[in-house]
Design a protein around this ligand. Structure first.
Ligand code: PLP
Length: 428
């Protein structure tokens, strides 16, 4: 193997120096390495939790300053027009759309993923009336399961939990009773990547709609919602999109469904004439009808600034680097974490892997906390999963090696057994 400069990349061995040499060679050949400058990461911190809260993009602070002082402070209410605040939900939606393979005019940003999923599932059910079943993943992120149940209760539908591997078979059998499927391309705990195209096709063959939650996919890997014929999709702004804590989520409504998209939450921003102030609701044309109430402008414009970190970035290159990072992490784990009670949960097959590696360990919580004390930030999911998320825009191979090495040092020194690392983490 050679790097982009034609220099040989040392082969993998269990030798520590060889791992360091490989990390250096891979980083030197990394075409995306300069993108790290687009983020304000504290010196010395290894940040492998961008799958939970993305790092701060350098473009954000000056934009916040401008939005607060000039647009809000000086412009006051005029800024709804003069600084195009009113158009922000769809404008920022189009920017997200560019990262998920959605042509303009199909994505809107606002509210949380939970709320947007509620909107998507109710709309999907109404687009497929007289079909009493919703399928969702028993391993889905909890809010996705709760919201599916809530929609089921509200609309008198049954929610059936079917693992991704079984969806096609269930659809082949009970398909004409299924209104919609609700899945994620990436398992948030294990990092396993599911076949989005196959599940979408199976849903369509049964006449059902495919709803996708892209929280762990948007900004992490190439997603092609238009090309796959996805019907509805949602995702959050604060993970791989780095839009900041509590950044608003997005909702994608394929153009062919927009005329019949019946929003459960008919707010005045989605009205055909929001300033007509009629007492009767009449939906706007296009994806504008997916708007609800007054958008969170500060958060929306923060997300918009954050997305400029992707300017000129090819998602295929992001994917290639992400796989290089996770493959290298697996090699490092094989070399320095053997016989320390770790089990690799994430598939080794790169075609079945998202942008994270998950290791099981009985002391996962204490280990995550001990690593954080060493400025290596990862997270854990109960009861025993340690997650190492890689954002290819700012994580290096050297970071990944440092994380594996420090984890090994912590375990070998039993550092995590200290009292201060015992208490459970409330939020990670
Ligand atoms: C992170 C995540 C969410 C978060 O939902 P919020 O409403 O933004 O808190 C939902 N679903 C999945 C699959 C996630 O990974």
């Amino acid at each position: 193997m050679e790097n982009a400069n034609g220099a040989p990349v040392p082969k993998a061995t269990n030798d520590d120096d060889a791992l360091a040499a490989r990390a250096a060679a891979l980083d030197a050949a990394d075409p995306l390495a300069p993108l790290r400058e687009r983020f304000l990461l504290p010196k010395g911190v290894v940040y492998l939790d961008g799958n939970s809260l993305g790092a701060l993009p350098a473009a954000v602070p000056p934009v916040i300053e401008d939005v607060v002082h000039r647009q809000w402070g000086a412009g006051l209410i005029r800024s709804w027009n003069e600084n195009a605040w009113w158009a922000a939900p769809v404008r920022v939606g189009d920017a997200v759309g560019g990262l998920i393979g959605a042509a303009p005019g199909q994505t809107v940003v606002g509210d949380s993923t939970s709320v947007q999923l509620f909107n998507a599932l109710t709309a999907a059910a109404r687009l497929r009336p007289n079909r009493p079943l919703l399928l969702t993943d028993p391993g889905h992120f909890p809010t996705d399961q709760y919201i599916a149940d809530a929609v089921g209760r509200l609309l008198g539908m049954e929610v059936r939990r079917v693992p991704p591997a079984d969806v096609a078979a269930v659809l082949a059998e009970a398909g004409d009773r299924v209104a919609a499927t609700s899945y994620s391309p990436v398992d948030y705990r294990t990092g396993e990547l599911y076949d989005m195209a196959a599940i979408t096709d199976a849903a369509h063959r049964a006449g059902a709609l495919a709803v996708w939650d892209l929280c762990h996919a948007a900004g992490a890997l190439p997603i092609r919602v238009d090309e796959l014929g996805v019907d509805l999709a949602v995702g959050c702004g604060y993970k791989f999109l780095s839009g900041g804590p509590g950044a608003p989520a997005f909702l994608y409504v394929a153009r062919r469904h927009q005329a019949d998209f019946d929003h459960a939450l008919t707010g005045w921003n989605g009205h055909a004439e929001p300033f007509g102030l009629s007492g009767d609701y009449r939906p706007a044309d296009g994806v504008e009808r997916a708007r609800i109430g007054t958008p969170p402008i500060l958060s929306l414009l923060t997300l918009e600034a954050a997305l400029t970190a992707f300017d000129g970035v090819d998602m295929a290159e992001v994917r290639a680097k992400s796989l290089s990072l996770t493959s290298f992490f697996l090699d490092c784990a094989d070399a320095v974490l053997t016989e320390l009670d770790f089990t690799t949960v994430t598939p080794r097959d790169p075609h079945r892997r998202g942008s994270q590696i998950t290791l099981r360990h009985p002391d996962a919580n204490a280990l995550a906390r001990a690593l954080a004390a060493r400025d290596v930030i990862v997270d854990m999911r109960a009861p025993d999963m340690l997650r190492f998320g890689v954002n290819a825009l700012y994580v290096s191979h050297a970071d990944v090696l440092a994380a594996a090495r420090q984890l090994s040092e912590v375990v070998l020194a039993s550092e995590h057994r200290q009292e201060r690392f015992r208490t459970p983490t409330v939020v990670t």
